[in-house]
Ligand binder design. Structure first.
Ligand SMILES: C[S@@+](CC[C@H](N)C(=O)[O-])C[C@H]1O[C@@H](n2cnc3c(N)ncnc32)[C@H](O)[C@@H]1O
Length: 271
């Protein structure tokens, strides 16, 4: 789907249970969420009141990592688990540095499709595309992305706050390996992931509450997160707690200093 063929038909939104994209939108102060999302969001806040700070810190990592990559010449991005558009979106950061940057967005939640028009406002000499697809179907994503991206030139694969929704049973590590195998040398993986390393009790309670609502939360340790990068060259500073990855490239998020942010981030290059 491009800006020319955005669907005009109705998109089916399930408002009977919470969805990660809409809860995240609520944490970020957006308006594209429903009472059921706010209710579950409030339950997460009761466990850890810093969840909205974590969401903003995560978003700020995406800004910094995209900037870092664009400044090093990366002109193509494949962003899976995009979320409901929240300015600045990834293409706005990348095209702010290189107007010809191309970005393919992908999410499996129909609410993101419903708002995808905001992701398709590319610069005239760049290009953006939105794919409605599940990361558990990498073949479909690669097939769709090939229509926009040149797979003979470096691509940054962006998996920001996505893989903690994919269990080991669903093959999280294998899926990332499969996607990376399609990318040429000089490509990058940029990624964040929530962890229970710092707040084990609150995390266990969150997992249970979300599971009861039908949402899988697969928190991973630093070592398990690091395994996603095992065949790649981590760029400095390697695996970091999210706000500590190149903080000089952006402004600190208010409140991020009030305690540890329970998530890891990293960027790595495919040799
Ligand atoms: C926490 S949001 C992160 C949004 C954005 N990447 C960011 O960091 O600002 C996670 C997103 O992943 C999407 N998602 C969850 N499971 C997915 C799957 N199996 N395939 C594709 N997207 C998925 C959700 O719909 C949601 O939009």
């Amino acid at each position: 789907m491009t800006g020319q063929d955005h669907p005009t038909g109705a998109v089916r939104i399930d408002t009977s249970r919470p969805h990660p994209a809409r809860m995240y939108d609520w944490y970020l102060g957006g308006k594209d969420n429903y009472p059921v999302d706010e209710e579950m969001g409030r339950q997460m806040l009761a466990l850890d009141p810093r969840v909205p700070v974590m969401a903003r810190v995560n978003r700020a990592f995406m800004h910094r990592a995209t900037r870092w990559l664009a400044e090093r010449g990366v002109r193509q991005f494949l962003d899976i688990g995009t979320g409901i558009p929240t300015e600045p979106n990834l293409h706005q950061i990348a095209q702010g540095i290189a107007t010809d940057a191309r970005v393919v967005y992908c999410d499996n939640d129909p609410i993101v499709l419903a708002h995808a028009a905001a992701l398709l406002r590319s610069t005239p000499d760049g290009l953006t595309e939105y794919l409605q697809a599940d990361v558990r179907d990498p073949a479909a994503i690669v097939e769709g992305a090939r229509k926009i991206l040149d797979f003979d030139r470096p691509i940054a694969l962006s998996l920001i706050a996505l893989l903690h929704f994919i269990s080991d049973e669903d093959g999280a590590h294998e899926l990332v390996g499969r996607l990376l195998s399609e990318l040429p040398s000089g490509s990058y993986l940029m990624m964040t992931h929530a962890t229970a390393d710092f707040t084990p009790e609150e995390s266990a309670a969150a997992i249970a509450k979300l599971r009861a609502a039908g949402i899988t939360l697969a928190l991973r340790s630093r070592e398990e997160f690091g395994r996603f990068f095992r065949d790649l060259e981590l760029v400095e500073p390697g695996v970091a707690v999210v706000p500590e990855w190149h903080p000089e490239l952006g402004e600190p998020v208010p409140g991020q200093e009030d305690g540890v942010i329970p998530g890891y981030g990293a960027v790595a290059r495919k040799a």
